[in-house]
Design a protein around this ligand. Structure first.
Ligand code: NAD
Length: 484
């Protein structure tokens, strides 16, 4: 069922809007009474149509020149920047993320596309060697139809990290956004897809069943997934049935290690931003903070002062610096985690200002909270919380903090904060993580382009961004000519 008055998103197959029987009503997570729009829910037959369209398009897309693919992708990067204004509010209302955050996200996504185009020029060159007896060419070929399955927390960035390298290498793609983060990204994808031949970019919507139909489709050659570990296990089982390749970007439990020479006042805004941006709902958010015993009290007081500056409200309220949680599941999990942490005897301090307390129960609102002198074995320290709640743990020695930081099955990001570069670097090299940021909690522009984004242990398989991310979307073809 659709409504002429409501924003309605259909499926996108072969560059056509495909209407379906069922539409999901998406409500504003900060104003439950408001319906933001309707999103078409695919079934297995739509997934089949989308994959067949992508498979058909692959036949000719794979033969296009790198120059042609590059030109189209660069146009697409410009286009999403130009279209950003039309989706910023929509993204805020469907996801709870602040308008400024969404704007930065689209800018970064455009850069991801441009980086991939630039890196591909070198990366896709065949390597040829020769001796008296033979000639060898090692060539990089596209894989085929890629399934891109993404989470809701930063859908434009997460999608472009898959789409850009897939397309520049000559693959076609079927994207499945998350039910609670589909409208903004799919609107942009529709504009983008129109630049490309039909079938190169396709979009299906729905939940686990649609994701499963995509992962098990015989013509999908690789699954690139961003989300949680449990779903990754299900996808891996599905992929195993047809020996499909997978690439996984999963959760993290990123430690921030403060050294006693760190400049507390300088680092605090960056650290607190790295914890609470997107209400803590991003994979490489700082998820636990380790502070030397010698400076703990001073540090903790400074941290509380900084966290207390947050103003929690609806993302369209220009005063808001922290929005609601994206969905009921995540909100309830954090509320319950507050309770379990308190029940374990810990001091959970809620800070920040409620902008509109009367409507607080009309959204998934939570105040940012810090856990004082958190025991290292508490659940809030050992699991990924993915919300605005941060444990601050005291430590006595460097050996101690390295052991605690590495005592986890996750290993996405991490950060070290110190005035001494050599000491910070030495400590960074001891951490079991895919990425370590020194005196920040994320990558610089140079890092975004050059660092293979991803994690070790159960934080993922494979990487995104850089030439390592491009390598996820090719298969090798060796040709050997025997001269005699
Ligand atoms: P999720 O795993 O619940 O869902 C992710 C996607 O998988 C959604 O599109 C969902 O509909 C789909 N899905 C669900 N069941 C499926 C199935 N059986 N088969 C195929 N697809 C299925 O994760 P989420 O709640 O959307 O995201 C939160 C998690 O994602 C957190 O753990 C976070 O750390 C992680 N994450 C990681 C990164 C990264 O780059 N490493 C980035 C963002 C989020």
């Amino acid at each position: 069922m659709t409504s002429p008055d409501l924003f309605t998103l259909h499926l996108l197959i072969d560059n056509q809007d495909v209407a379906v029987k069922n539409y999901l009503e998406v409500r504003d997570p900060g104003r439950f009474a408001e319906v933001v729009g309707l999103v078409a829910q695919a079934d297995a037959s739509h997934v089949d149509q989308a994959v067949l369209a992508a498979h058909k398009a692959f036949g000719s897309w794979r033969r296009t020149s790198l120059a042609e693919r590059s030109a189209l992708l660069l146009k697409a990067a410009d286009l999403i920047e130009a279209q950003a204004g039309s989706v910023l509010e929509l993204m805020a209302r469907e996801s709870g993320m602040l308008v400024g955050t969404n704007k930065a996200e689209i800018g970064m996504a455009a850069n991801i596309i441009r980086d991939n185009v630039e890196l591909a020029a070198d990366f896709l060159k065949p390597r040829q060697v020769e001796d008296d007896a033979s000639w060898v060419s090692v060539e990089k070929r596209p894989i085929g139809v890629i399934a891109g399955i993404v989470s809701w927390n930063a859908p434009v960035i997460l999608t472009m990290r898959k789409l850009a390298p897939a397309l520049i290498c000559g693959n076609t793609i079927v994207i499945k956004p998350s039910p609670t983060g589909a409208m903004g990204i799919s609107t942009l994808l529709k504009h983008m897809a129109a630049l490309f031949p039909p079938g190169v970019i396709n979009v299906v919507h729905g939940g686990a069943e649609v994701g499963h139909a995509l992962s098990t489709h015989a013509l999908v050659r690789k699954i690139s997934f961003t989300g949680g570990g449990e779903v990754a296990q299900a996808i891996m089982k599905d992929a195993a049935r047809a020996i499909k390749d997978v690439q996984f970007e999963l959760g993290g439990n990123d430690p921030a290690i403060i050294l006693e020479d760190a400049r507390i006042e300088d680092l605090m805004p960056k650290l607190v931003g790295g914890i609470f941006r997107r209400s803590g709902q991003f994979c490489f958010a700082v998820k636990r903070v380790y502070v030397p015993e010698s400076i703990y009290d001073t540090f903790f007081e400074a941290m509380c002062r900084e966290v207390d500056q947050f103003k929690v409200g609806h993302p369209l309220d220009p005063r808001a610096t922290l929005g609601p949680m994206n969905n009921r599941h995540q909100w309830q999990f954090i509320k319950d985690l507050h309770e379990r942490t308190r029940a374990a005897g810990a001091d959970v301090i809620e800070l920040g200002q409620q902008l509109d307390p009367a409507s607080w129960d009309q959204g998934y609102y939570l105040r940012p909270a810090v856990v004082k002198r958190a025991d290292p074995d508490l659940e809030v320290v050992t699991t990924e919380q993915f919300g605005p709640l941060i444990p601050v743990v005291a430590y006595r020695s460097e050996a101690d903090v390295i052991r605690m930081a590495n005592q986890t099955e996750l290993g996405l990001g991490s950060s070290v904060w110190s005035a001494d570069f050599d000491r910070a670097l030495a400590l960074a090299r001891e951490l079991e993580a895919g990425m370590t940021f020194i005196n920040q909690s994320g990558t610089s522009r140079l890092g975004q382009k050059n660092i293979p984004f991803g994690g070790v242990k159960q934080s993922g398989i494979g990487r995104e961004s850089s030439e390592v991310g491009l390598a996820e979307y090719v298969q090798y073809h060796g040709i050997n000519y025997h001269k005699r």
